[in-house]
Every structure is written in structure tokens, then in C-alpha cells.
Write a protein that binds this ligand. Sequence first.
Ligand SMILES: Cc1cc2nc3c(=O)[nH]c(=O)nc-3n(C[C@H](O)[C@H](O)[C@H](O)COP(=O)(O)O)c2cc1C
Length: 347
Amino acid sequence: MSDDIRKKRKREHIKYSLLLEKNMTRNVFDDITLVHNCLTQVDINKIDLSTELGNIKLTAPIIINAITGGFYKANIINSKLAEIARDLDLAMAVGSQKIALNDPVSASSFKIVRKINPNGIIFANIGSNASVEDALKAVEMIKADALQIHLNAPQEIVMREGRKNFEGTLDNIRKIIRYLNVPVILKEVGFGIAMEEAEILVANGVKIIDIGGYGGTNFITIENKRRRKKSNNLQNWGIPTPASLLEVVYKVGNKADIICSGGLKNGLDVAKSLAIGAKAAAFAGLFLYILLEKGSEALKKRILEIKNELILCMAMLGANNISDLRKRPIIIEGKTYNWVKNRGISI
Ligand SMILES: Cc1cc2nc3c(=O)[nH]c(=O)nc-3n(C[C@H](O)[C@H](O)[C@H](O)COP(=O)(O)O)c2cc1C
């Protein structure tokens, strides 16, 4: 596939993700309620938001997830996101670096992130079919603290120019993990991870999983919009974010650090993710939308609001830190309740 086609595709992903984000109504966590604590005994000023992903320490459990890189506008987007990540001390991932592995011009739109934020936590990003050499290059390009490997089979399958052969995926992931000297994060991009696959990933050396559930950015819809004529009716495909999180925490929560993402919108969503068992929460579509529609300052303000909402929720739950938050009872209703019951997950 030519780099021009890749660049065009990346531009279109941004265009259509903005359209979807604008029209998003339902909150993925509607079925989850955190049980209020009338006898909270915390001092709100002493609440500790720090968390860990493997040996990576984060001062807050909010991550700017992988979005883009590799073309002119991506340079601007990544620069602005990197400034915000630096100013708010948040971890940030770049988009897939495949486009930049052999192209110094494209590489600059990724390298800028490290240049702007020399001491921040930055994640590289590559597909699950990348070679070890490419994975090493991606990490080196931005002096990354970890490498995200994305699993995006549905997107590839429905995309006209997408990959159709997934043989050897697990062997490849194992190989990359073996040769890399930074932690590896396995992430979905919006279709979720089931407990069976989480278990396989962990058995093969994965220690950090971003569940990337259904309910937010939807690459089947985006790919359909990229075509003049819709090619399928599969836009409801995927494991909803709370269901995927409950599955993965239930099965491997004691062996891996879990990041929750896929349709998160506010601090209450982050609190719910952490209470279920995630170590951090990640945002892509919402942050991109605010950045491009309202600007950097608006995004910064919104992220601070999310952080503050999380602190308020923790105060009302009597949680001094994230490990306290995980001990609070939660109520699961509706479709999510049926899901966990059907899957034999005991809460
Ligand atoms: C425009 C756009 C481009 C994306 N590109 C990548 C990518 O290159 N690599 C990747 O791992 N995830 C990519 N993602 C997926 C996000 O990192 C995230 O997993 C997904 O969007 C679900 O989170 P959300 O609902 O908060 O957007 C992209 C998301 C958006 C909106």
C-alpha cells in the first residue's frame, strides 16, 4: 500500500471520527453505579491519584490514547496533544508509526511528541503484524517508555485495502515482547477484549492490556463512511467497554495491569473503570474532537474537569487512593448484568 493512500486514510479517520463523536449520545457506563458512601472520611486535598502500569508510574490514571501521526495535520495534532500531556503530566500514546518507519518526513510528526515533552511518559504504537525490527524502530523513534501493539482485526477486515490474513499474530506478539526492552501494552481499538483472549495474551507474556471496548470510536462505521457505498451492517460488532473490562479484570486482573478505554467521556466513567479494576483510563475520540473543534485550551480545561470529577467521586466514595476505590461495591444492571451472568463472571 502506498504512503499516499495511508496518509489519505489517516486524514479520513480523523474526519469521520469527529462526525461520530459529535453524534454520540449513550454513555457506555450507564449500567454501572458506584455505591455512595455516606460516611466518607477522606480529606479531599489528600486524595492520591497515582497509579502504575507495570513499572511505569503515572501521577494520574488518565491517558491520551493513540490517535495519529504521519502527515501534515497530524504534526499539529501531536504537537498540541504533547503540550497538554506535558503540562498536565499525563501519559500519551502516538498513532500507528508504520507510515514513518521508512520515511523521515512522516517520522517528524511522531518525533515532535518527544521533542515537546522530553521527560514525559510516551507510548509508541505499531500493528500486531509488525516485525521485531519495526517495533524496535518505533520505540527508538520517540524514545518511548512502552510500546502499544494494536489489535484491530474488524477494522482491517471491513477496510477495502485492509489486511485479511491474521495467521501468526500471537507468535509475532510473543516475538516482539521477547526482544523489546520496554513494556508492551496490547490494545484493542474499539471492539473489546474477551476473557479467553486476555488469558492467552497473559500466558504469552503480556502484562499490560488496554481493553479498547465497543461504545466509543467505531472503526467499522468509520470504514463504512470512507466508502461511497456502505459495505456492511456490522456497526454493532464488538464487546461493550464495561463488559470487556469486567471480563478481563475477572480473568487476568491479578496478573496484568488493565487500562480501560472505548467511549469514556467524563470523570465518573474513569471512577467506574477504576472501581471495576482498571489501573488507568484512556481517551481518544473525545479528546480529538475537543482539540479540533474547540482548541487546546478547551481540551486542557476538559481534562482538568475530568480529573476533578474523579477526585470528587473518590471523596464521595471515601476513597483515598485507587486501591481504596477498587474496594467499593458497584451495582451492575441491564445489558451489562446479563452479559456478566451469561459469561459466568462472579463479581
Ligand atoms: C482518529 C483516530 C485514529 C486512531 N488511530 C489509532 C492508531 O493509529 N493506533 C491505535 O492503536 N489506535 C488508534 N485509535 C484508537 C484509539 O486509540 C482508541 O483505542 C479507540 O479510539 C477507542 O477509544 P475512544 O472511544 O476513546 O476513541 C484511533 C482513534 C481515533 C479516533
